[in-house]
Structures are given as structure tokens and as C-alpha cells.
Design a protein around this ligand. Structure first.
Ligand SMILES: NC(=O)c1ccc[n+]([C@@H]2O[C@H](COP(=O)([O-])OP(=O)(O)OC[C@H]3O[C@@H](n4cnc5c(N)ncnc54)[C@H](O)[C@@H]3O)[C@@H](O)[C@H]2O)c1
Length: 337
């Protein structure tokens, strides 16, 4: 299946096809000089598959996990590219999950003021969400994604076969972003989580999630308005992720964030049931005073308030503003529940 993210001169195709990574030449120029970034946790089978088809590639393997989205690793990538004489006409290829995608994208966005970038996502989270939309970033002092850019890829190549090696906990973490997509835009997607066998519907879940992300990014590429709805559960989720690093995976923290922010009891219970069905963590003893320190540093915050997303009907989201005082009160309430 092919979808096109329509962003005028920055438009690009998303190819979603089992086995598509076996014939790269059908989708990209295998003779072009490429800087391929992956991490230690991506299985050799996928690395070899990609490298064996590229005729002029330099390969960089970074450490696995959120720590790879750091200034140190970012700088290492840039220095390696410089050492191997990469120029503006060359390209960066990200092979891995959201960490590799975000890091590689920021490398591509900044090297020589920006070079082409291709995403080959290999986790559920990156195939469902992070590989499209052009948000690329690294973390500073455990503050998530606070240095980055909007830099759209030229191509996103999604091969669901690569998920065959992904540990269950990571599969679930990614699916929580799809559950979020259902909450904000797609009642039918949410119904699949509530009523169907999730594994059997994986491709349907991928496609529905990608369509939502594509639509929202096309409407609002740089998050001036509508795109904020994709942050449902993220304001508190990012704070939990940063505060507890490395205890929770990104999607797990978003799941907890959705539970904390949702003030409609019926919807909260339905989200909770889906998270339990997925086997995601749902018990979190929060510390309101600690979390609020991270909320203040969130990109969506101003000096006195932050924007949050609320869902009072599945499939429909609203963007609202809360002062830090209101957020602190909400967190205090959740702390004592
Ligand atoms: N840019 C965006 O729009 C956006 C959106 C959502 C999340 N994110 C970011 O994505 C990151 C999380 O991404 P993630 O959940 O993919 O985590 P990840 O990139 O850390 O990948 C998870 C783990 O799986 C391993 N792995 C990758 N592919 C594998 C495979 N096929 N088989 C076995 N192991 C494999 C990796 O080595 C890693 O250890 C966070 O940093 C988050 O901030 C970005």
C-alpha cells in the first residue's frame, strides 16, 4: 500500500508492504551515498538486509535506548559524516525505532544545513507514528525532545515483517500510540482495541493510525493548532517518562498520561480496559510535586500555563489550556486516588 503525505514540495510516499525491505532498489537509489544509522538492539538480520543492497554506505551503530538521543551521540554522528566526506547530495537513512528515527532526522536536518533523510522504521511505535510527520529531536538533561527541528523524510519504508523480532513489551508500547490515535480521531480504531483480537488486526491498526497521522500533519505541519491533538496523554506522559527515565517506554508513559489527564470517568475506564487488555502498565504512584517540575519545561508550556488535549467522546479531541496551578491540583488528586 502506498500513501502520500501531501506537503507540497515536501511531500513524500509511505510504503507499507510486507517484505518491502527486500527490494530497496524499487523505492530508492541504492547507488546514492548513504549514512545509515541504527542501534545496537536492531537485529543483525535487518541491518544486513539493508546494507547488502546499498552500494555506497557508511554504517553507524549507536547505543540503544533513549540515551542515544543525546548531544554526545548526535555529535559523534556528525563527526563521522564529516570524516567520510558526506555532502549535501548524499542522504541519511534511519534503520530502527523512534530513537534512531528522531536522532537520525536531527542529524539530517542540521548537517550542511539539511540533507535528505529516509526512514526505515522497525518498531510498532515508529511504524505507527514517529517515522512520519518530520518531528526530529534529541533530549537535553532528560528533558524530552527539547532540541530539534521539523524535517520531513523523503520516503518512509514500512515492512511489518521487521516486527517479528520485536520484544512484546515494545510491541505493546507502540500500540498505545495507536490507541491514542483512536481516542482522538477514529472511533472504529478504538473499537478494534476494545473488541477484537489485536494481533490479528495489526495491519489494519497500522494503516488506520498512519492515515490519521498523515491527515493531521497535512493540515498542520508545524503544530500551530490541530497537530497538538496528537499529544493526547503526552503532556503528563513526557513528564513521567523524563522523571522516571529509563523505567517506562514512551508508549507506556503516554498510556499512563492518558489515564491521568482524562476527567471523563466512562472514557477513562474504557482506556484503562484497553491498556489492561494490551498488558500495559496501569498502576503508577505519582509524585505531583516532582512531575510538575517537568511539566513546566514542556515545549507546549508558556510561563504560566500549558496546552492539554481532552477527549469527552471517543474519536473527538479538543485543545485546551490549563494553568500550572490547575495541573498541580489535578496531579495532587491523582496522587491521592
Ligand atoms: N518524532 C515523533 O513524531 C515521535 C513520536 C512518538 C515517539 N517518538 C519518540 O520515539 C522514541 C521511542 O521509539 P521506540 O518505541 O521505537 O523505541 P526505540 O527506538 O528505543 O526502540 C525500542 C528497542 O527496540 C529495538 N529494536 C528496534 N527494532 C527492532 C526489531 N525489529 N526487533 C527487535 N528489536 C528492535 C531497539 O534497539 C530498541 O532497543 C522516543 O524517543 C519518543 O520520544 C517520536
Amino acid at each position: 500500500m502506498k500513501l502520500v503525505v501531501d506537503l507540497k514540495e515536501r511531500s513524500y510516499p509511505i510504503i507499507l508492504e510486507r517484505g518491502c525491505t527486500e527490494h530497496l532498489g524499487d523505492y530508492l537509489d541504492v547507488n546514492r551515498k548513504s549514512f545509515v544509522i541504527s542501534d545496537e538492539g536492531v537485529p543483525e538480520v535487518w541491518k544486513q538486509r539493508i546494507l547488502s543492497q546499498l552500494n555506497d554506505a557508511v554504517f553507524m551503530v549507536v547505543e540503544q535506548g533513549e540515551d542515544a538521543k543525546s548531544f554526545e551521540v548526535y555529535q559523534k554522528c556528525l563527526k563521522e559524516m564529516l570524516k567520510h566526506n558526506f555532502h549535501r547530495k548524499d542522504q541519511v537513512i534511519a534503520l530502527g525505532g523512534g530513537v534512531v528515527g528522531d536522532l537520525s532526522g536531527f542529524v539530517a536536518a542540521s548537517y550542511m544545513r539539511g540533507i535528505d533523510f529516509i526512514q526505515i522504521p522497525t518498531t510498532t511505535l515508529s511504524q505507527i507514528d514517529s517515522s512520519i510527520g518530520g518531528k526530529v529531536a534529541i533530549n537535553v538533561d532528560h528533558v524530552k525532545n527539547c532540541v530539534g527541528a521539523f524535517w520531513q523524510p523523503k520516503l518512509v519504508l514500512i515492512d511489518p515483517d521487521t516486527l517479528s523480532t520485536l520484544p512484546k513489551r515494545h510491541v505493546v508500547s507502540g500500540l498505545i500510540e495507536a490507541l491514542k490515535a483512536g481516542c482522538i480521531q477514529d472511533e472504529e480504531l478504538f473499537r478494534i482495541f476494545e473488541e477484537e483480537e489485536i494481533e490479528e488486526n495489526l495491519e489494519e491498526i497500522l494503516v488506520r493510525s498512519l492515515k490519521i497521522k498523515k491527515h493531521v500533519v497535512e493540515e498542520d505541519e508545524t503544530e500551530q493548532g490541530l497537530r497538538k491533538i496528537l499529544n493526547y496523554g503526552h503532556t503528563i506522559g513526557h513528564a513521567i517518562e523524563s522523571c522516571e527515565m529509563p523505567k517506562y517506554y514512551h508508549g507506556e508513559a503516554v498510556g499512563l498520561g492518558m489515564l491521568m489527564i482524562c476527567e471523563n470517568e466512562e472514557i477513562r475506564q474504557r482506556i484503562l480496559n484497553c491498556l489492561i487488555k494490551l498488558g500495559a502498565p496501569v498502576d503508577y504512584q505519582l509524585n505531583a510535586n516532582q512531575l510538575i517540575k517537568y511539566l513546566v519545561k514542556d515545549k507546549k508550556a508558556s510561563n504560566v500555563s500549558t496546552s492539554i488535549i481532552t477527549v469527552s467522546k471517543i474519536g473527538e479531541a479538543k485543545i485546551e489550556t490549563r494553568t500550572f496551578e490547575q495541573m498541580h491540583e489535578l496531579l495532587k488528586r491523582r496522587e491521592s486516588e
